[in-house]
Ligand binder design. Structure first.
Ligand code: COI
Length: 382
């Protein structure tokens, strides 16, 4: 429970739902160098917390970010009932804190929860909690381009029990980190043809912690060989491209933007959806279709592979510098993408997304939402 160094105030999260706001009186903000932000290592002052027990979510509160104490017999630590999300808040050019497409992440976390036999966190409370937290820590949003306040909602099972069954109690937490780019440079990826990230019927389209845990050993092998990440392929044939460990993947082949379809084994990325939507609106041919490795190599040989990039909340739009594939005889086939200055499409899409988020360009799809609690909307907007 928050106690030391906090003062509490009670508000309504949504009408009829009380929540307690415990502000820190020891802000760490002045210790942060906003021009030198590593990804995911600096945590802002507060976090939102709620608990699930007796069949309902309760005890909604914001408290100072802190270390938690749990039993070693907690179900999440043994059977992986743990899911999370990644989203970002930005500061517009006129200084307002905004969220980018939060409803997409809220819906995805609901689907992840259902897949993992966890109780979804109510959507209206989720959005209200995001607004409260980001508004409270709005000074933590870095102002410069390519930076943001990364938001990490998470939910985990807290029953003290070592039998295999869904937990009856959970914690839901949202904490935030000011971040710079996840990948400061174009990435080199290795095509993975031995291990599998996801299989039809598995949890590949859920944002479950275990998906990432299972990917670490194969990814580390690739990193030891000098690659940033793996390009995962399907589990049946290791022939069809799926996604990169931390991002969805796009190619531009002979003027057409292509990305693998959402068939249950890849994450339905919010940035992926935004890129597809912007392409459609701009009349750029875009297709969600299966892409075979041999198609990529053939397009490269014929000079038709014009661009390749990853998309993700953390990674935004990250150019791919190289795609490598180890052959059975031990040699390596390589696709070397053109220099980034020549990749006009992905650079333009990235710029347009950034401009929409910062209020520098129209927002035709209503993606940007003020991070202002409803209770303050009339005063804060003025
Ligand atoms: C995100 O893009 O938000 C993710 O959760 C990916 C993670 C590797 C940082």
């Amino acid at each position: 429970m928050p106690s030391e160094g906090t003062t509490g105030e009670t508000y309504e999260l949504v009408p009829g739902v009380p929540f307690r706001l415990h502000r820190t009186d020891k802000s760490r903000l002045s210790q942060v160098d906003f021009h030198n932000l590593p990804f995911g290592k600096v945590f802002s002052d507060h976090m939102f917390v709620a608990e699930y027990r007796n069949g309902k979510w309760q005890n909604f509160r914001i408290e100072p970010y802190r270390t938690l104490q749990f039993t070693p017999a907690m179900i999440a630590l043994h059977y992986g009932q743990i899911i999370f999300e990644g989203m970002k808040a930005f500061r517009t050019v006129d200084g307002k804190p905004v969220l980018f497409r939060p409803e997409k992440n809220i819906q995805r976390m609901k689907r992840s929860a259902e897949r993992m036999a966890m109780p979804p966190f109510p959507e209206d409370l989720f959005l209200a909690a995001l607004k409260e937290l980001v508004w409270l820590d709005r000074e933590w949003i870095p102002p410069q381009e390519d930076s943001a306040l990364y938001i990490r909602p998470m939910m985990f099972a807290t029953d003290e029990y070592i039998g295999v069954r869904p937990s009856e109690t959970y914690w839901f937490i949202i904490f935030t980190c000011p971040v710079g780019p996840y990948y400061p440079e174009p990435v080199r990826v290795l095509i993975e043809r031995e291990y599998v990230r996801a299989f039809p019927g598995g949890t590949g389209d859920a944002k479950a912690g275990g998906n990432y845990g299972a990917s670490l050993m194969p990814a580390r092998r690739a990193q030891q060989k000098g690659y940033h990440q793996l390009l995962w392929t399907d589990g049946h044939e290791h022939r069809w491209v799926e996604e990169i460990g931390t991002m969805n993947v796009f190619f531009v082949i002979d003027g057409e933007v292509v990305t693998p379809p959402l068939t249950g084994t890849i994450l339905p990325g919010v940035t992926r959806d935004s890129v597809i939507t912007l392409c459609r609106e701009e009349g750029i041919p875009v297709a969600e279709r299966p892409i075979a490795i041999e198609e990529l190599f053939a397009a490269y040989e014929e000079g038709k592979l014009q661009d390749a990039f990853g998309t993700g909340t953390a990674a935004t739009i990250t150019p791919i510098a190289e795609i490598a594939m180890e052959r059975e005889d031990g040699t390596v086939a390589r696709i070397l993408l053109p220099p980034v200055q020549e990749r006009t499409l992905s650079a333009r899409l990235k710029q347009r997304l950034e401009a929409i988020r910062r209020g520098l360009a129209p927002d035709p799809f209503g993606w940007v939402l003020p991070a202002i609690p409803e209770r303050l909307q009339s005063t804060a907007q003025a």
